[in-house]
Design a protein around this ligand. Structure first.
Ligand SMILES: CC(=O)SCCNC(=O)CCNC(=O)[C@H](O)C(C)(C)COP(=O)(O)OP(=O)(O)OC[C@H]1O[C@@H](n2cnc3c(N)ncnc32)[C@H](O)[C@@H]1OP(=O)(O)O
Ligand SMILES: O=C([O-])CC(=O)C(=O)O
Length: 372
C-alpha cells in the first residue's frame, strides 16, 4: 500500500463545478477574476448549482426564491438565545443551528432530486440569517428580519447592523462571497461529499462541512490572521514578530496552500479591497503590516498568501467582529458545499479509502486481572 499523507495529490472524484489548473481558479469554466469583477453572489450560486449562468429572468426568480426562504423557524431563534453567549464560538453556533434546521424541515430525509434542490435553497437562504441573529443576540439585540428586496450581501449587512449598508460595503461583501464560493475538493467540501456519499441527508452534509471549515488550517485561519495582526499591532513590530514565530517553527496563518504554489488567485482581489477599505477607514496600518508579512514569508519560505490572509483586514475594516470572519466564509462556501452534495448524490459511490495499519501485530487477549 502507498500512503499519501493528507491525501496530497490524490484525485478522489470527477467534478464539473470548479477547477484549479496551473494556479487558475474557475467556476464552471468562468475565471474567478471575471466573476469577482462582474457577478453577484446570487449569480454565482445559480452557476454552481445549474452549471450555467442565469438569464435575467432566471436570476430574478432565483433571487426572489432565496429572499422568500431567509426567515428562520422561531424555535431556531429561541435555541440561539439559550446558549451561554460568552463562551460559544459563532462557528459552533452555526454548526448546531444548521443541524437543528433539519429538524424543522419535513423533507429533511426525502432523497429525491427536486426535494434536495429545494433544501439546498432553504439552507443557503437561512445561513446568513443564523449568523446575524446569533451576532445580535449575543450583544443583547433582537435579530433583524431580512428584507425581500435586498440582495444576499445587502441583507447580510442589514441583518447584522440593523441598517442598510453603504454601496462600498455591499460591493466588498458581495465580492468576498463570490471569491469564497467554491474551491474544488478542499477539506470541508470533501467532508460534505464523504458524509452524503453514505446517502445521509443534506443537513448532515452541511453540518459536517461547517465543522471542517472551522479549523484554523482551513477557514478558521481568517480569524487567526486578525488575531496575529492585533498582537503585532504596529508596522515596525511585524517582521520581528514573524521571525520569532518562524524560529519557534510556528505556522503563519493565512500563508501557504496545499494546491497553489505560485499564488492564490483570490488573494489579489482581497489585497486590493484591503488597501482601499483600510485607507477609507483610516486603518491602513493593517494593510501595510499585511504586505510586509506577505513579502517576508514569500522571500523566506517561498509561501504565498492564501484567501484568508487579506480577507481578515477587509472584514475588520467593515467593522465585522473577528469571530464572525469564518461564519462569513461559511455563508459563501455553503453554495459550493451544496453544489458538491447535489453532484455527489447524482453519481454516488460510497467514499471509503484504506489505512495502512502500523500498529502492533496480532496480540493475545489478556484478562483484566492479569494486565499490568
Ligand atoms: C481557505 C483555506 O483553507 S486556505 C488555507 C488556510 N490555512 C492557513 O492559512 C493556515 C496556515 N497554512 C498552513 O498550515 C498550510 O500552508 C496549509 C494547511 C494551508 C497547507 O498545508 P500542507 O500543504 O499540508 O503543507 P504542510 O503543512 O505540510 O507544510 C509544508 C511545509 O511548509 C511549511 N509551512 C506551510 N505553511 C506554512 C505557514 N503558513 N507558515 C510557516 N510554515 C508553513 C511547513 O511548516 C512545512 O515545513 P517543513 O517541510 O519544513 O516541515
Ligand atoms: O482548497 C483548499 O485546500 C483550501 C482553500 O483555499 C479553500 O477551501 O478555499
Amino acid at each position: 500500500m502507498t500512503t499519501a499523507k493528507g491525501l496530497e495529490g490524490v484525485v478522489a472524484t470527477q467534478s464539473s463545478i470548479s477547477s484549479i489548473i496551473n494556479d487558475q481558479l474557475t467556476y464552471v469554466g468562468y475565471t474567478i477574476d471575471d466573476l469577482a469583477e462582474n457577478s453577484s453572489f446570487e449569480e454565482v450560486i445559480y452557476l454552481l448549482w445549474n452549471l450555467k449562468l442565469p438569464t435575467k429572468s432566471e436570476l430574478d426568480a432565483f433571487k426572489a426564491e432565496l429572499a422568500d426562504n431567509m426567515k428562520l423557524p422561531e424555535p431556531v431563534i429561541d435555541h440561539l438565545r439559550s446558549y451561554d453567549l460568552s463562551t460559544v464560538h459563532p462557528m459552533a453556533a452555526l454548526r448546531t443551528a444548521v443541524s437543528l434546521l433539519g429538524l424543522y424541515d419535513d423533507e429533511a430525509d426525502v432523497m429525491e432530486e427536486a426535494a434536495n434542490k429545494q433544501k439546498a435553497l432553504r439552507i443557503q437562504a437561512k445561513i446568513a440569517t443564523i449568523v446575524t441573529a446569533f451576532a445580535r443576540i449575543r450583544k443583547g439585540l433582537d435579530p433583524v428580519e431580512p428584507k425581500k428586496d435586498l440582495s444576499f450581501a445587502e441583507n447580510f449587512l442589514y441583518m447584522l447592523n440593523g441598517k442598510e449598508a453603504k454601496d462600498i460595503e455591499v460591493e466588498a461583501i458581495n465580492k468576498a462571497l463570490v471569491l469564497h464560493a467554491d474551491h474544488e475538493l478542499n477539506a470541508s467540501t470533501f467532508t460534505a461529499r464523504v458524509c452524503v456519499a453514505t446517502l445521509s441527508d443534506i443537513y448532515s452534509g452541511i453540518t459536517a462541512a461547517i465543522g471542517a471549515l472551522k479549523g484554523p488550517l482551513h477557514g478558521g485561519a481568517n480569524e487567526q490572521v486578525m488575531k496575529m495582526l492585533t498582537e503585532i499591532d504596529s508596522v515596525e513590530n511585524a517582521i520581528p514578530y514573524i521571525e520569532e514565530k518562524l524560529k519557534n517553527k510556528e505556522k503563519i496563518m493565512g500563508m501557504g496552500h496545499r494546491v497553489y504554489k505560485s499564488g492564490d488567485p483570490r488573494a489579489k482581489h482581497l489585497k486590493r479591497m484591503s488597501k482601499e477599505l483600510t485607507k477609507i477607514t483610516g486603518q491602513d496600518k493593517w494593510y501595510t503590516m499585511s504586505v510586509k508579512i506577505e513579502d517576508y514569508i514569500k522571500g523566506e519560505k517561498g509561501l504565498p498568501a492564501n484567501v484568508d490572509f487579506y480577507s481578515a483586514s477587509v472584514y475588520h475594516s467593515l467593522g465585522i467582529d473577528h469571530d464572525l470572519f469564518t461564519p462569513l466564509f461559511a455563508m459563501s462556501r455553503a453554495s459550493g458545499w451544496l453544489a458538491h452534495i447535489l453532484e455527489q448524490y447524482d453519481n454516488n459511490r460510497l467514499i471509503r479509502p484504506r489505512a495502512d495499519y502500523i500498529g502492533p501485530e496480532t496480540q493475545k487477549y489478556v484478562a483484566i486481572e492479569d494486565r499490568n
